[in-house]
Write a protein of this length. Sequence first.
Length: 456
Amino acid sequence: MAKTAAVILAAGKGTRMYSEKPKVLHSVAGKPLVQHVLDEARTAGVHQLVLVIGHGGEEVKNTLGEELTYAWQKEQLGTGHAVMQAMGSLEPDVERVVVLSGDVPLLRGETIQQFLEHYAKSNAKAAVLTAYVDKPDGYGRIIRDSEEHVVKIVEHGDASPKELAIKEINSGTYCFDKKLLAKCLTELKPDNVQGEYYLTDVIHAIRGQGMPVIAVPVEDNREIMGINNRIQLAEAEAVFRDRVNKKLMLAGVTIVDPNTTYIDAQVEVGQDTVIYPFTILRGKTQIGKDCMVGPNVDITDTTVGSGVTIRQAVVEKAEIGNNCNIGPFSYLRPGTVLRDNVKVGDFVEIKKSLIGEGSKVPHHTYIGDAILGKSVNVGAGTITCNYDGKNKHQTVIEDGSFIGSNSNLVAPVKIGTNAYVAAGSTVIADVPEGSLAVARGRQKVIADWEKRKRTK
Ligand code: UD1
Ligand code: CA
């Protein structure tokens, strides 16, 4: 492929979002609008990415990092003016420029690639991606001559009644021969209703020089949808959700109710896993094979092995081994690592702790800053008292030990291998291997208590 650069326009204000945040940083499917555009352009095989920034430009830069080229458009004088700002940043051997909008997140890399192939196969010097829509209001209209060749694009505000009736619209995605684009941009004039430098006028200029221009209609109109307000943001979210769910289902994942299942684009799920309603899988989460996830599960940036059951749980930045059983009503916080065959039950919170293979934390427990060995049993109501009001301390519970119900383990403290803690103990000193710690008031029995009260 001839060396191709993508120029992505993202300098506009996005007034209709009513937001402090630049429009292109609003998220759909777990990532900013403009990040979708950048990722899809990369998928299409583009060699260089140039992002035109203006409104909220510093914030955009800080969010996206240094892996791409930025061009500043200090004043928003139109789409043509925006592309002009990027031309100086193009690598010298770039031959083609594809122009994309930072607020069109649904356009797929595959579609961009096909569009570029179309352009390459033709002898055209410019191509525009178009769509046929029932309500063309607000879009630029594609004007073709009697032989169906593209002549120009007319903006809604500049269109005659006859032109307004045209249903083929400009998606705002273009491909240009770089040299011709550079030349035509310098000749743009803002003589239109909006007083802007229109990129669309470059199409007319290239055609005016006797060079062919093509229009390539998109197959799925949903792809070219631009995001201007929060209603459209939610609509785009629904399209993404549909795409992600369908892709997973076609790859062997059962999703019981796709309408109530929310999975981010980068999430991976293994074959024969079943996802029940009201499940949210976010960020870089990976789920193995043969799992049962949901109902009511919210997982973020977590790796889950195979054969795991998770019901009614919130899980964040954790690592879960194979064949674990979690929930209902568990809360696994960042830094939780569960090895294989671990059981975490109801009303259990775990933070920054390792739970060894085959260990069980079945009910009403808080485990924080702890290391549990293999086959440990933690009785109901156990608390690791990890915080002294100032610092956090570690609890170590070694292999095979048994923590009786309603125990407090005051950290730093270590329970040795195969040791026992009696129910209701508050343990403040290490318990050696194989021993039993009883740390609670001795039971006193007062005989005839009820009778003595009655006769008083
Ligand atoms: C543009 C097209 C229109 C097309 C529509 C598709 C022009 C003149 N018109 O219209 O034919 O149907 O997109 O959505 O190009 N931007 C800048 N700097 C500017 C102006 C815009 O970076 O000075 C960016 C915006 O942030 C946005 C994109 O360019 O990402 C499109 O701008 P917008 O104002 O939405 O263009 P439209 O008027 O919708
Ligand atoms: Ca627009």
